[in-house]
Design a protein around this ligand. Structure first.
Ligand code: ADP
Length: 160
């Protein structure tokens, strides 16, 4: 059976931390779907289209990685797409606590789906989208925190 994993997140924006997790996970799965969650309660900086375009650029030469978006429960999205695995990255103890709750709830809702967690490399453990976004909003240079395929100057965020 084909091993399909979903890597869900906001990716606002996609960082080198996210990229590294995907590249490492490629030896574990046949296909990885990067699924941008559209949470209507969350205010985004980059539009959904922009976030998908950025991620698509990073993996344009990688046919085993697909970029999509979804609304609603992540486990429902996994089932609809024949994915048996939910991939997440872990940076800190705070990430672990958060992921533990979600992972256990997902397991009770969808016992057939396994959550798989990869520990970030130490040099990525301080990188998070919120900080990267704040640097961009404040006019700073955040290019070293995003994959080299993403040229931040090509994209405009939504200012509130
Ligand atoms: P969410 O809104 O679901 O937290 P994110 O885009 O912030 O979405 O993160 C998606 C996934 O990537 C989560 O599993 C998160 O822990 C992981 N992640 C975020 N930043 C890093 C990083 N620097 N290194 C490894 N994993 C990361």
């Amino acid at each position: 059976m084909k091993k399909v994993a979903v890597f869900p997140g906001s990716f606002d924006p996609f960082t080198i931390g996210h990229e590294a997790i995907i590249r490492r996970a490629m030896s574990l799965f046949d296909e990885i779907i990067i699924a941008v969650g559209t949470n209507t309660l969350k205010k985004n900086f980059y539009s959904l289209e922009t976030r998908k375009e950025m991620i698509t650029r990073v993996f344009e030469n990688e046919p085993r990685v697909r970029v999509d978006h979804y609304e609603g429960l992540t486990v429902d999205y996994c089932k609809k797409n024949g994915a048996g695995y939910l991939l997440r990255g872990l940076r800190t103890a705070a990430d672990f606590e958060f992921e533990r709750a979600i992972g256990q709830i997902n397991k009770s809702m969808a016992p057939g789906i396994e959550s798989v967690f990869l520990l970030t490399v130490p040099e990525h453990s301080f990188i998070n989208s919120t900080i990267v976004r704040d640097i961009i909003r404040s006019g700073g240079d955040a290019s070293k925190f995003v994959p080299s395929a993403i040229n931040l100057k090509d994209y405009k965020g939504i200012e509130d």
